[in-house]
Design a protein around this ligand. Structure first.
Ligand code: 1YM
Length: 652
């Protein structure tokens, strides 16, 4: 710990305040409302630095009725002794000299923002007034700065009440109150929510630090204090998701004057959520500390999987990404001489941070997973990573397949597809038909000039553990990708689409609804423009046939059936209920479902696909109860209405 007692002669002095007044944007980014909040962060950061370095434990931020804000801490108190060369007190130097401070000569504070804390003096320069009360060495001191008009010119940050003793005290600490200058900040209202969010984040990042926010304008107040630090942060971020274990993994360590702490959790989602910080400053562009963490995570989990024989010959080899599917992690490091890079200067550049973070994470995570009581957590993560690896491999195979020249014609899969003879995508349609027998009828009944048929075997999609990787492992789906010809994912090109209408034809039962949901989810995840562009349809086969001597009537809903049976009245009729598409002969299928003049199609919207995704999740997730609830609630699977579709009637 840097225990060197501070002396005013340590201050490094650089520049005066008029520079700030001339070009405020250079110092605080903007003179908008955000810039004004920046003033408050400057003062708060000084308190946080002080407390984070072990001096004091409590910070209070108050938003006052007159538009001013104040911050207090119970640290050591800003120095008040005389600076020998400048002939000014320490506190005066801190608030009137740009870049002044022991911090900037870097031997007092161990960890400091570097960019932030560029100066309490900037705050002074842009305020109507700024008052400082310091409690130190048994005494209470006060100093006031103001901006004043001299010969029509505004001079800011002038001492109007020189530093004086105003009493005695047995406490230590600093209290700063300032009023942002309304001539600089047009929108000068402090937002409670913005301040609260910032303070909460800081409380998470500084385990056990007690930060209070008081709004005297509304009498609202909140205390932020998290004994779990960033582990509580991660738990909070994942609160609305399903964590795969609790509590989050937490590790910390220190090496070469760099403090590293990491908390992580996995949920049943697929995205990677990593939030990193350096000296409490967010680094959304990442940087060397994130790289170090990722390298360590990959290494430790790979070792864990090997050591515990969790990978088999047949398994796809892991890459780093696989271990980060569904992860939520917070990385917080504290170090000296921080260098920021990147587009928005929010990327950590220090090369030494990488190895330090990596070392601490490798040893911390290894210890964690090697402990018998945490072994099951390692197993859960490896299971998750296996799923990710499989999906990745399947997606790559599908991509490679579609990338391959002569994609479909040349492939051996072509046999499954009965293509149409027209080469005009504007009129061409492809029917994806559930089952070989319905597929057979559709092939015979279709107009082969513009209608292509791809029969799907129901079962492969219906196997036990259903995820999108199995959808891609399915031959017919790969044939479909080849036939549609747009490619998938990032490679998708709508211009290459070979069929203007892609029509899903499945049975009016549970399996049919399931297959439909799988296909919609597939289109949604891998070929979304087809949905937004309106190319995906659901075909509507009839549910009943009512036959009288004179005529056959097809009914697509129970309501229609009632209507027809009451119309035919007391005439004798036979009622046939279609259980599946396969029960229809080719003519019937054409007449009822495929002929554009008579059929009804349902155009699929993004909402439908999202719904399908939820259905899949419910069905395929491990939550047996919600699966059962869903099936009970939606027992009538012949209803495409599950997807709230827009029904379109074609023909003339
Ligand atoms: C409400 C704002 O500024 N607290 C604060 C600031 C300082 C110290 C303590 C401090 C720092 C050091 C030594 C040191 C600052 N001192 C300086 C400077 N709260 C608030 N509390 N003793 C006290 O850095 O070694 C700048 S900030 F420049 F004087 F060292």
């Amino acid at each position: 710990m840097a225990n060197s007692s501070y002396d005013s002669k340590d201050l490094v002095v650089l520049e005066g305040l008029d520079a700030v007044r001339m070009r405020p944007g250079m110092y605080i980014g903007t003179t908008g409302n955000k810039g004004m909040h920046h003033l408050l962060w400057e003062i708060v950061d000084n308190s946080i630095d002080e407390v984070a370095n072990g001096h004091g434990n409590k910070i209070v931020v108050t938003l006052h009725k007159d538009g001013s804000a104040s911050v207090s801490d119970n640290g050591r108190g800003v120095p008040v002794s005389m600076h020998p060369k400048l002939k000014k007190t320490g506190v005066e130097v801190v608030y009137t000299q740009l870049h002044a401070g022991g911090k900037f000569s870097d031997h007092n504070y161990k960890y400091s923002g570097g960019l932030h804390g560029v100066g309490a003096s900037v705050v002074n320069a842009l305020s109507r007034y700024l008052e400082v009360t310091v409690c130190k060495d048994g005494k209470k001191y006060f100093i006031k700065f103001e901006s004043v008009e001299k010969k029509g010119k505004i001079v800011s940050g002038i001492v109007t009440e020189p530093l004086k003793e105003i009493g005695t005290t047995n406490q230590t600490g600093t209290y700063v109150k300032f009023l942002p200058d309304d001539r600089v900040f047009k929108d000068n209202h402090f937002s409670y929510d913005t301040v609260a969010e910032r303070l909460r984040e800081n409380a998470y990042l500084n385990k056990g630090m007690n930060i209070e926010l008081i709004d005297e304008r509304t009498n609202k107040r909140q205390q932020f204090c998290y004994e779990g630090g960033i582990a509580d942060f991660v738990a909070n971020i994942t609160a609305d998701k399903k964590p795969l274990f609790v509590p989050p993994v937490y590790i910390e360590g220190e090496v070469d004057e760099t403090l590293v702490s990491v908390a992580l959790q996995y949920t049943d989602t697929y995205a990677e959520n990593i939030f990193s910080y350096v000296n409490n400053i967010p680094t959304p562009e990442g940087g060397t500390h994130e790289v170090g963490f990722k390298t360590a995570l990959t290494k430790v989990l790979n070792d864990f999987a090997k050591k515990n024989n969790l990978v088999k010959e047949k398994d796809v080899a892991f890459i780093g990404d696989d271990f980060r599917e569904g992860i939520t992690a917070v990385i917080s490091i504290k170090m000296k001489n921080v260098q920021f890079e990147g587009q928005t200067k929010t990327k950590l550049g220090n090369p030494e941070a990488r190895s330090r973070v990596e070392n601490i994470c490798v040893s911390g995570l290894t210890d964690f997973f090697n402990s018998k009581k945490n072994e099951y957590i390692g197993q859960i993560i490896i299971e998750k990573a296996k799923g990710a690896a499989k999906v990745r491999a399947a997606a790559k195979r599908a991509k490679d397949l579609t990338r391959a020249k002569n994609s479909i014609e040349g492939s051996m899969l072509v046999g499954k597809l009965a293509n149409c003879s027209s080469r005009n995508p504007d009129i061409n349609e492809i029917f994806i038909v559930e089952g070989d027998s319905a597929g057979g009828s559709a092939k015979q009944g279709r107009d082969r000039y513009y209608q292509a048929i791809l029969p799907l075997k129901g079962k492969p999609l219906n196997s036990e553990k259903k995820r999108i990787d199995q959808v891609l492992a399915n031959d017919e789906i790969r044939t479909l990708i080849g036939a549609i010809n747009t490619g998938i994912g990032e490679d998708f090109k709508l211009d290459n689409l070979k069929y203007n209408k892609i029509i899903i034809l499945s049975d009016a039962d549970q399996d049919g609804a399931h297959i439909r949901a799988i296909l919609l989810t597939f289109f949604f995840r891998y070929m979304r423009p087809l949905i937004t562009n309106g190319n995906i349809y659901i075909g509507m086969p009839p549910l009943y046939k009512v036959s009288t001597k004179a005529e056959d009537y097809y009914c697509y809903t129970d309501e229609e059936l009632q209507e027809i049976t009451s119309q035919v009245g007391n005439k004798a009729y036979t009622l046939q209920r279609y259980k599946g598409l396969g029960e229809m002969n080719p003519e019937q299928l054409w007449e009822t479902t495929m002929d554009p003049a008579k059929r009804s199609l349902v155009r699929v919207t993004v909402d439908d696909a999202v719904r399908a995704d939820q259905i899949i999740t419910t069905w395929m997730g491990d939550d047996a109860k919600s699966r059962k609830d869903y099936i009970t609630a939606n027992a009538n699977f012949n209803k495409v209405d599950n997807f709230k579709p827009i029904k379109i009637k074609e023909g003339n």
